[in-house]
Each structure stands twice: as C-alpha cells, then as structure tokens.
Design a protein around this ligand. Structure first.
Ligand code: AMP
Length: 206
C-alpha cells in the first residue's frame, strides 16, 4: 500500500507516519530525512537550499526519491511524507507511482502556532524541547549539555504563518488530485493513530 501523508507543521505528521509505518510494516520515507541523509558532493548543493528554507529543485528530489523507492524494502508499499510539496511534484509522482491512500492530518493555524512557538532549541547540540509537552528539566537550559535554549527564527509566529499560508495554498491544490481522508490532528496521539489506521482499513493493535 502506497500512502501519502499531508499535514501542516506541528500536526504530528512525522510522528504519525513513523508509528503507522511500523504498525503496517512498510518503510516510512520522509523527503526531508532523505535529503539530510545525502552525503558527498551533493550534500553542499542540497544544503544551499535547505539551509535557507527553500525547496530543493524538483529534478533533484525526484531523482533521490526514485532511487529510494526502487529499493527492495519498498516492494510492499511505503508511507511517503513531505513529498509531493507542490502540484508539479504531484504530477511527476503520478507518472511513476500509483498512490493508494492519502491522509491529511488537520490542525487549525492557531493550534499549529501554539505548538510550534512553544518549541525551544539548544544552540549547541540542536536538541528540541516543547515547553508544553516535553519541557527541559531546568527552565531555559538543555538537559544534555547545559547550554542555553532559544527560539529558532523559523519558529517565530510570523515565519510560522508564512509557512502555513504556503502549506494551505500548495497542499489544497495537491489534495484536489486525490480522494483523501482528513484526520482530526488535535486529538491525542493514540486517537489520531486509530483514526488513520481505520482510514487505511487496518486494525489497531497495541
Ligand atoms: P522537512 O524535514 O520536511 O521540513 O524538509 C526539510 C527541507 O528539505 C525543506 O525545508 C526543503 O528545503 C527540503 N525538502 C523536503 N521535501 C522536499 C520536497 N518534496 N521538495 C523540495 N524540497 C524538499
């Protein structure tokens, strides 16, 4: 089964994609992770986009994705997350993949902003904490190395709103191409998992 996962930043889409992939026994492919895993000379080229919050060129991500899904472990399907990001990528994907199911994990913009803007990061080791759901033991200090925690520029409200606008515009266009199931992402993690499994016609096993 080939499943696409959509959801705005803060929706828990990455967490759910990982849980569901494990439960149904297929690989979880995240385009962001794929790009971060590239080494060698291509790494610098990729970082010239990702480090500035820009999308890498379609041709490049498509090449990397095609190589990944050609691997043996994808024969029985996979969960794809982070791709397609725009209509052009969706059309390209449709030429070589038959998508079985599409899931959108929906949360309101206000909820997304609340969740993301409570994120703080360590300037030294990059650990991420959420002040509401997983705060550091000592306020403002990283548990791992004692460094000060800070709010990343792209976790500030204006930047989040910009990303959400782009998400709504581009994802809504993509979702017109497929029948999809919208899941309420404002519930607890287990409820979201249950709803997704139901939408995929799978049973929930603890
Ligand atoms: P993510 O981990 O999904 O936030 O992705 C991290 C970065 O990788 C993004 O900011 C983009 O620069 C790049 N990226 C991820 N997926 C795609 C994609 N489908 N197309 C182009 N760039 C992507």
């Amino acid at each position: 089964m080939i499943v696409l996962f959509f959801g705005p930043q803060g929706s828990g889409k990455g967490t759910q994609a990982k849980i569901i992939a494990e439960k149904i026994g297929v690989p979880h492919i995240s385009s962001g992770d794929l790009l971060r895993g590239v080494g060698g000379p291509l790494k610098l080229e990729i970082e010239s986009y990702t480090n500035h919050g820009k999308l890498v060129p379609d041709k490049l991500i498509l090449k990397i994705l095609k190589e990944r899904i050609a691997r043996e472990d994808c024969k029985g399907g996979y969960i794809l997350e982070g791709f397609p990001r725009n209509l052009k990528q969706a059309r390209a994907l449709n030429k070589f993949v038959k998508v079985d199911r599409v899931i959108e994990i929906a949360i309101s913009d206000e909820e997304a902003i609340g969740r993301i803007s409570s994120r703080v990061s360590c300037s030294r080791c990059g650990s991420v904490y959420n002040l509401v759901t997983s705060p550091p033991k000592k306020k403002g200090i990283c548990d791992k190395d004692g460094e000060k925690l800070f709010v990343r520029d792209d976790d500030k409200e204006k930047a989040i709103r910009n990303r959400l606008d782009t998400y709504h515009k581009e994802t809504e266009a993509i979702l017109k191409l497929y029948p999809y199931t919208r899941i309420n992402g404002e519930q607890g993690i287990v409820m979201v998992t249950k709803d997704i499994l139901k939408a995929l016609g799978q049973k929930y096993n603890v």
